[in-house]
Design a protein around this ligand. Structure first.
Ligand SMILES: *Cc1c(COP(=O)(O)O)cnc(C)c1O
Length: 388
């Protein structure tokens, strides 16, 4: 067994293992894609953005894709559009165990947020808890946590039974499959992110997918200030456009995405095989019929069985040069921005947040580094007594 750096042993990775390395496509490919638009003077919301929207719509089998400047913008405008159509009349139910952008998007439309619990094994929205909080709710917004589908057809069914729209924060989910079906076509709308920590990158950007033509039309105007072309704005929009530069990066990124996701899945499988042999450590539960993107490879620590807490593990990994993230801690209902607006009592979410940690995962990571990280985690558990 390795002598841990935190106990005075040698640091395993003197140069460090980064938490994330954006899967940016080769620069030559980006430049080649951008060149025609650039030389025509078309720098934003032009032919490359159209090409991106069309190719994603075809790939995912959805009627409309509207590219916007970020996933946050896409979520904001989707909520605003549905509210303007009179379809959201009350607080939006969402998990607190998610990234702040979803709840922020709801708050920007002056709607309330009603936080619900997550499942302790899958970390996804807890539908049993959701079903107890539907009274008076205006919509449900669920996140596909860490790129694993959140049983979207069950969330859809719950929304339908309550007569309220369902939106999906699919920021992590480009390329994920629910029982063979790509994410993107569930609910009224699904929104992907293309910021550098996500599986599909554009630098910045979001992709709103919807089968509804009325919502797509709203979104296309909304990302242009609400201006239909004659400067007589129809409603309060904003500048939510995607630039041609970003679309060029996204198109090049899509041409590599299948290969990229395959590598992520293979490395995640390798991690999981090693992790599952360690007492007190488990991986995010993903339904066996689903394929995750593994936007994050996230484990949960049961300190009783493992021997030390998540925080002690993180300290030990950091001493070895391994960078990790405590996604999502604090959960959104504990963040200063939402704690007073939406006071919530969510003991399961609090417990999950304190026990999870996401490990480095990206195509440039080698099998050998994955194996070493697993070994170090095992050593931390075995060294628990000296660490306490
Ligand atoms: C990253 C992220 C977002 C925000 O995406 P942007 O493109 O940066 O706006 C939204 N939701 C979740 C769950 C995310 O992880």
């Amino acid at each position: 067994m390795k002598k841990l750096a935190v106990l005075g042993g040698e640091k395993s990775f003197p140069d460090g293992v980064a938490f994330v390395r954006p899967p940016a496509p080769p620069l030559e490919e980006v430049v080649a894609r951008l060149a025609p638009s650039y030389s025509q003077g078309s720098l934003t919301n032009g032919p490359l953005v159209r090409e991106l929207e069309d190719s994603v719509a075809e790939r995912l089998g959805v009627r409309n894709v509207v590219a916007v400047s970020s996933c946050t913008t896409g979520l904001m405008l989707s909520v605003a559009g549905l509210a303007q159509f009179g379809e959201i009349n009350g607080p939006v139910i969402m998990p607190s165990f998610t990234f702040s952008a979803g709840p922020h998007a709801v708050a920007w439309s002056n709607l309330g947020v009603r936080f619900v619990e997550c499942d302790p094994l899958s970390f996804q929205i807890d539908l049993a808890h959701t079903s107890m909080h539907l009274e008076g709710a205006g919509a449900i917004m669920a996140t596909h946590i860490f790129g694993a589908p959140c049983r979207p057809e069950q969330v859809e069914a719950m929304g339908k039974s309550a007569g309220i729209p369902v939106l999906f924060d699919a920021a992590h989910g480009f390329g994920a499959l629910r029982n063979g079906r790509p994410l993107g076509g569930f609910g009224e709308v699904e929104v992907f992110s293309m910021t550098p920590t996500k599986p599909l990158v554009a630098g910045e950007g979001g992709l709103v997918c919807t089968d509804r033509d009325d919502l797509a039309e709203y979104l296309r105007l909304a990302r242009e200030y609400g201006n239909p072309g004659n400067y007589n704005t129809r409603f309060i929009g904003l500048n939510g456009r995607l630039s041609e530069m970003h679309a060029a990066i996204a198109l090049a990124s899509i041409s590599h995405i299948d290969e990229h996701l395959e590598t992520r899945r293979r490395l995640a499988g390798r991690y999981a095989d090693g992790i599952l042999a360690i007492p007190g450590v488990r991986t995010q539960a993903v339904d066996s019929e689903d394929l995750s993107t593994y936007k994050d490879f996230t484990i949960a620590i049961d300190a009783g069985d493992f021997g030390v807490s998540r925080d002690q593990l993180v300290t030990a990994l950091s001493a070895e040069g391994i960078d990790t993230r405590n996604y999502f801690d604090p959960p959104v209902h504990r963040q200063d921005s939402h704690a007073l607006r939406s006071p919530s009592d969510l003991p399961v979410t609090d417990a999950v947040s304190k026990t999870v940690v996401s490990l480095p995962l990206y195509p440039a990571l080698t099998d050998d580094v994955v194996d070493q990280i697993v070994e170090i985690i095992a050593s931390v558990g075995q060294s628990a007594e000296s660490l306490l």
